[in-house]
Design a binder for this molecule. Structure first.
Ligand SMILES: Cc1cc2nc3c(=O)[nH]c(=O)nc-3n(C[C@H](O)[C@H](O)[C@H](O)COP(=O)(O)O)c2cc1C
Length: 383
């Protein structure tokens, strides 16, 4: 048996799994290997736009690269495309956060993608997914996918190719309805247990996923807390067409995240995360000395974050986060900012991406196959 859902039909991948967009790195390595393994590999763009190479040590600038967002995204796309030439069925995409703080960068990134496709139309064979996140999808309807909406001429001529699948990440039903209005192709419902940027309102996957599925007439992918075949099978049982995983993909052999980051994910139990004010709103960190400082500072200066009230960050919090990023490059695990979700408590290995993805699929298939037997056996016993 092979688990096939509408996901594979829409996107053409081998498996119904998305490797989440995850800054600060461009995740070109991760997306390359995820795509080779049969999932959708996503290039991440946050680090291309927030001046990280200037704010972090010299050793970091070669990781983030130098140049404007449109050049950096184009380089990343070409790199992944080149690495997938011998993999006929591999599919990759790009994550673009569209939060209001990131709008100017997001526009340059969108333009960079369109220009790259125009210069190298062959890329269309594999660049098949755009995932927008962290903001309102409606203003992006025409940029993310040619929908023919009326827009000023300067925005009109450049659009992505028609067969791109536009996914948008939502943290609540109200945002899912907005994504439906924008006519996205797939809605990704991302629960509050997820790593890094999370929503102001804390709705977790067990409530969010079925609520979104019921509220919209769009295919839904589940995110936040997924890491194995058991959770993939559960997502499908609740009505999702696939899963998006972030934290689980970090702790893999090929991902470009530092070894201390991978090790920290393996070592934490499910209580090992904290939420404080991050770059674009609340952020889930792995618990350590630096994230405790961020949370203490959040409680001191903007406790409204914990009441679900959108508030600007403070210079002290930004400073702590930048210091934490620099510490990461020094290998100082206690004083680093390390992002990750509650699912860290369910991760205890650093496999190759191929082994991870194939293991998830075979476990899910086994569980789904045995499910009817279990239910029928119980019914007979009870009667
Ligand atoms: C280190 C890290 C960085 C992230 N950066 C981004 C990002 O740049 N854009 C985005 O849409 N989501 C980002 N996320 C959230 C993921 O895309 C994904 O939705 C989330 O990780 C899912 O929850 P999980 O961590 O439980 O798998 C990030 C998550 C992590 C752990």
């Amino acid at each position: 048996m092979v688990v096939r859902t509408k996901f594979q039909e829409m996107i053409g991948t081998k498996y119904p799994i998305i490797q989440a967009g995850m800054g600060p790195y461009s995740t070109t390595e991760l997306s390359l290997y995820a795509a080779r393994a049969g999932a959708v590999g996503l290039i991440s763009t946050i680090g291309m736009g927030v001046g990280l190479s200037a704010a972090t040590p010299d050793s970091a600038s070669k990781v983030f690269g130098k140049g404007s967002p449109d050049v950096l995204i184009s380089n990343a796309i070409m790199k992944v495309w080149d690495g997938l030439k011998d993999f006929p069925d591999a599919v990759f995409g790009v994550n673009i956060p569209v939060s209001y703080e990131f709008v100017a960068v997001a526009k340059r990134l969108m333009r960079g993608i369109v220009n790259t496709i125009e210069e190298h139309p062959e890329i269309k064979q594999k660049l098949k997914v755009i995932v927008t996140s962290a903001g309102d999808p409606l203003p992006w309807a025409i940029d993310a996918k040619a929908k023919g909406a009326k827009r000023p001429a300067k925005y009109q001529p450049k659009t992505f190719h028609d067969d791109i699948t536009w996914c948008h990440v939502v943290p609540a039903v109200v945002h899912a309805k907005r994504a439906e209005k924008a006519d996205v192709d797939i809605i990704i419902a991302s629960g509050h247990e997820g790593g890094a940027h999370i929503a102001w309102d804390p709705v977790h996957s067990m409530v969010l996923l079925p609520a979104v599925i019921k509220a919209v007439n769009k295919p839904v992918v589940a995110a936040g807390g997924y890491c194995d075949g058991r959770s993939l099978a559960a997502a499908i049982a609740m009505g999702a067409i696939g899963i998006q995983m972030g934290t689980r993909f970090i702790a893999t052999k090929e991902s470009e995240f530092q070894d201390i980051w991978k090790k920290a994910i393996v070592e934490r139990d499910e209580r090992g995360t904290l939420v404080g004010r991050g770059l674009f709103g609340p952020m889930r960190f792995l618990r350590n000395a630096q994230s405790i400082k961020v949370v203490e500072e959040t409680l001191k200066s903007i406790p409204e974050v914990f009441l679900g009230k959108p508030m600007e960050s403070t210079s002290e919090i930004m400073k702590l986060e930048m210091e934490g990023m620099a510490a990461l490059f020094d290998g100082d695990v206690d004083n680093s900012i390390i992002l990750g979700g509650e699912v860290t408590g369910r991760i205890d290995s650093i496999p190759t991406i191929k082994d991870l993805v194939e293991g998830i699929m075979s476990e899910a298939e086994e569980i789904i196959k045995k499910l009817p037997e279990k239910v029928i056996a119980k019914t007979i016993k009870a009667s």
